[in-house]
Design a protein around this ligand. Structure first.
Ligand SMILES: C[S@@+](CC[C@H](N)C(=O)[O-])C[C@H]1O[C@@H](n2cnc3c(N)ncnc32)[C@H](O)[C@@H]1O
Length: 130
């Protein structure tokens, strides 16, 4: 179909995962991914004050775990950024994280992370490599 605009890979992912979020699948993923995430967090050796990216954060349950783990450091609180391609996931993540001062959620793609080089000390990405 010559006049039909082809969707980019990121647009396809955004549409797909917005549908997941609208169906209410975001928070349910905690049940499936908590065990592997807790094992991973132990290996990350997180320290208070570190800056961490949660890549493909969904509705942000793991982002909130990270924010607690890096909360207090010798030079102040650590910061956690949750990045997700699906704006509806990001909207729900923000709504569920109002009590956290050290989290920021951003809509964006893993192919172009909107941050300066070497800003983050560590990155977590749970079941998000699509
Ligand atoms: C299966 S869910 C996992 C969400 C969360 N990590 C969890 O464990 O609950 C995959 C998530 O990755 C996001 N995602 C997929 N491809 C992405 C990309 N290229 N850039 C950013 N986020 C992406 C989706 O929007 C979705 O929220």
């Amino acid at each position: 179909m010559p006049n039909e605009k082809r969707q980019s890979a990121d647009e396809i992912l955004q549409n797909e995962f917005n549908q997941w979020a609208e169906r209410g699948d975001g928070p349910k993923m905690e049940n499936h991914h908590l065990d592997i995430t807790e094992k991973t967090l132990r290996r990350m050796d997180l320290r208070g004050g570190e800056r961490v990216l949660d890549l493909g954060c969904g509705t942000g349950w793991a982002t909130r775990l990270l924010a607690r783990l890096v909360g207090d450091g010798p030079q102040g609180a650590g910061q956690v950024v949750g990045l997700d391609i699906a704006d509806e996931m990001v909207r729900q993540a923000r709504a569920a994280s109002k009590d956290f001062e050290n989290i920021m959620f951003v809509q964006g793609s893993a192919t172009q992370i909107p941050w300066e080089e070497n800003f983050f000390d560590k990155v977590l990405s749970v079941e998000s490599f699509y």
